[in-house]
Design a protein around this ligand. Sequence first.
Ligand code: ZN
Length: 322
Amino acid sequence: MLHIKKRLAFTLPAAAMAASFALPASAAVVASIKPIGFIAAAIADGVTPVEVLLPDGASEHDYALRPSDVKRIKNADLVVWVGPEMEAFLTKSAAQLPANKNLEIADIAGVKPLLIRGIDDDEHEHDAELSKESVKSGQQDVSDEHHHHGEFNMHLWMSPEIARQSAVAIHGKLLELMPQSKAKLDANLHQFEAELADTDKHIGAQLAPVRNKGYFVFHDAYSYFEKHYGLSPLGHFTVNPEIQPGAQRLNQIRTQLVEQKATCVFAEPQFRPAVIDAVSRGTNVRKGTLDPLGMGISLTKDSYVKFLSQLSSQYASCLNGA
Ligand SMILES: [Zn+2]
């Protein structure tokens, strides 16, 4: 009797495992950009692989899908992205996905009230042709006003709270698609939430001493992080890193750097424009680097908290002037 019971207990999980191996080999969670891949990797760990579309060094504002990307999207278990206002390059492919395989972070009910308005202070507004095209080809007749860029800042992965809600939403979608993995998915979500809360506390403590130090960032990617941790940005050079600021804007920034006694100017790993050197020359302003996409960080279940911690250290090391 005892023997039979034991054997049964071992056979059942084996059958469940066989069922999960029967899934098509190409299926995976496909994330548009790396930080979203980080969040997905925490939830999908041990359940299904996670892939990222945007290669390291590419700009989230300006990417064109390769034919292999289109295939990956089509075969994905789930596609996770911010939404058409950020990744215009995904609009068309995502529109062809069934709703249960398409997760737009900007569309999560709890995220909408957290959106921060964008600042329209440069040429970015007039550079929306690409997204206009994609919206039209999605068969929607939307007024021009509707696809105005910059209504909201869409760098949503910079907000720890939006990241948490994204994790909950990814968990929900994967649970629908793979109910047999519920125990692992639940455990992954709990672990992610606990680590995020812990990291959030550490970052708050690390940044507390530099909250009042003014600085400029190269591109307008950090609002959610800055607001969450109470930092004091004085401004940004550009909204879209592909668009260099004009001479008049640079003059303004230079004046502000001096008059407002900025401590730092931050470039990015993929954007080290000469304008940053030019603007800070002859001032006491220090130069730092902020990585908004976690370029050097690989996809593991801990990568999102590593990403936030790295960003925090990058702020702290320049603003502290150590
Ligand atoms: Zn950006």
